[in-house]
Design a protein. Structure first.
Length: 247
């Protein structure tokens, strides 16, 4: 009996519109959040984005949705057998964008610039997941739980300095405009990866997307470009509007 030939690696990755739409939903939510933040920064509204639970919990939810989608995306990429060069191309784009975010935020917020935000954290987490942690199988659920609980159980002043606060085991949050350390957020990405390997979620992701949600899927496919452009555009428009305002 002859053995069937192995399935070739797809020339282009098979995208799941529902996953793209979830990512697009996160982008829309993030845009509304950032627009309100910008309004507060320019003193057009008065809100405390650093301490008010209405805003801080939204931030947690938005970042969680981003990282869940990133974990699910990696699960899909590995399931399709996509080569490492595709991973490194995308990872390089994320790393460069993380550097640009640091430079841009330093220009706007020199005392609280972003030295380890969501793109920095995502770049490190993707390396850990792609080249080791994905092999843990069912253990990903427990490792994800351990990562989420670690900052509450293992925090130590040793990690409060900038050299180590990217780990996340801090006793006080650093002064920065965005902070997404390895712990606890690695746990969220691991859960997204583990979820995407369950039969129920695989079936759901492969299902059709209602036409009304197609714009969200389009936005999700261009999430990194949109992420990098939306704040400069909104801040520029607000500055222009203020400059042209008679008051």
């Amino acid at each position: 009996m002859t053995q069937a030939p192995a399935s070739p690696v797809p020339a282009r990755p098979v995208r799941h519109a529902r996953l793209d739409a979830l990512r697009g939903l996160a982008m829309v939510w993030m845009t509304v959040f950032h627009f309100c933040f910008d309004l507060s920064h320019f003193r057009l509204i008065q809100q405390d984005f650093y301490r008010d639970p209405f805003w801080t919990w939204q931030r947690v939810a938005i970042v969680s949705l981003f990282l869940l989608c990133a974990g699910m995306g990696q699960a899909q990429a590995l399931a399709q057998g996509l080569p490492a060069r595709r991973f490194w191309k995308r990872w390089g784009q994320i790393a460069v964008c993380a550097l640009l975010v640091s430079v841009g935020s330093w220009w706007m917020f020199p005392r609280s610039y972003i030295h380890f935000g969501v793109l920095h954290g995502m770049a490190l987490m993707l390396l850990l997941l792609r080249f080791g942690l994905h092999r843990l199988g069912p253990g990903l659920w427990l490792l994800g739980l351990a990562a989420v609980l670690a900052p509450q159980l293992l925090a130590h002043p040793l990690f409060d300095g900038r050299a180590l606060n990217w780990v996340g085991l801090v006793t006080r949050k650093p002064i920065t405009e965005d902070y997404v350390p390895l712990l606890p957020w690695l746990g969220v990405m691991l859960w997204g990866f583990a979820l995407a390997r369950t039969a129920a979620l695989r079936r759901w992701l492969a299902g059709p997307l209602p036409r009304a949600l197609s714009p969200l899927a389009w936005l999700g496919r261009w999430s990194l470009s949109y992420y990098m452009l939306h704040q400069p555009v909104m801040i520029g428009l607000l500055m222009l509007g203020l400059a042209l305002s008679p008051n």
